[in-house]
Write a protein that binds this ligand. Structure first.
Ligand SMILES: NC(=O)c1ccc[n+]([C@@H]2O[C@H](COP(=O)([O-])OP(=O)(O)OC[C@H]3O[C@@H](n4cnc5c(N)ncnc54)[C@H](OP(=O)(O)O)[C@@H]3O)[C@@H](O)[C@H]2O)c1
Length: 254
């Protein structure tokens, strides 16, 4: 019989943006399964799991991302699971042409290049793992983003494309690479972003949630963590290169 309670025993994991929100819930879920976990962020938060080792770092720059990856490797002495979760969405004024140039660049750096830059120095360790798994956290369903967030949507689309290339390249080495796309998830960053977005749209977060097919509610970080942990686990041993939606039906059914 499989021991699901200890399914991550002996596994070493890095969760970027693991200080709060989806990343913190994921880190806790991996810890609960017996993994040794390192989380990174610019600052520690109330939600940061005490059982994880915290690395302070800004990963939207090459130097910062490389330093976080190298420190994680030093602490863990190897790597089995990488969750590229750190990301940020800042709603801008209406009108795609009014999104400032630096907002496009910032969005690409934190939502896309951070994953490339953290992953690169860790690939050898993942190859040596024998059962390496990468989970990248995307955004947006099958519908285009609202113009207020076009820069964010474009950066996550780049992440989606990169993830599929990575999955193809790493499959012969037995490393699985998947995407998880959250819908509206209650987190500090998600809540702040939606406040700005809905104010700009003349609506409210509650009105937004009421249109979600499954019970008209937002999701929780723990519901996201279940999917991420599943994809990181050996239970998903034949799954790679896919985008998995945790959206309460949003983007698929409505
Ligand atoms: N919540 C949602 O509804 C939702 C929907 C779609 C997609 N997502 C995606 O899900 C992921 C997690 O989002 P969340 O809602 O949990 O957000 P969150 O509550 O804002 O958490 C984001 C995490 O990333 C870290 N981070 C942000 N910018 C960073 C930087 N430049 N360098 C290093 N660390 C950084 C944050 O810590 P510091 O700020 O201390 O650095 C924090 O730990 C993101 O990729 C987001 O795009 C979320």
């Amino acid at each position: 019989m499989k021991d699901y309670a200890n399914e991550f025993k002996g596994k070493k994991a890095l969760v970027t943006g693991g200080s709060r929100g989806i990343g913190a819930a994921t880190a806790q879920r991996l810890l609960d399964g017996g993994a040794t976990v390192v989380v990174s962020a610019r600052s520690i938060h109330e939600q940061t799991p005490p059982g994880a080792t915290f690395i302070q770092g800004e990963i939207s720059t090459l130097a910062g991302a490389t330093a976080v990856a190298e420190e994680a490797l030093k602490i863990l002495g190897g790597l089995d699971i990488l969750v590229n979760n750190a990301g940020a969405a800042t709603a801008k004024l209406p009108g795609i042409e009014r999104i400032p140039d630096d907002a496009w660049i910032e969005s690409l750096m934190i939502n896309f290049m951070s994953a490339v830059r953290v992953t690169n120095p860790l690939l050898n360790a993942l190859r040596e793992s024998g059962s390496g798994a990468i989970v990248n956290i995307s955004a947006g369903g099958l519908l285009p983003f609202h113009g207020f967030l076009a820069h964010y949507g474009a950066s996550k689309a780049a992440l989606n494309s990169y993830t599929k290339s990575l999955a193809k390249e790493l499959a012969p080495a037995g490393i699985r690479v998947n995407l998880v796309t959250p819908g509206a998830i209650i987190t500090p960053g998600g809540d702040e972003g939606r406040k700005l977005l809905t104010a700009a749209m003349g609506t409210t977060p509650e009105q937004l949630f009421s249109r979600i097919p499954l019970n008209g509610r937002a999701g929780t970080a723990e519901e996201m963590a279940e999917m991420i942990a599943f994809l990181a686990s050996d239970r998903a041993s034949y799954i790679t290169g896919h985008n998995h939606f945790v959206t309460g039906g949003q983007g698929e059914l409505a």
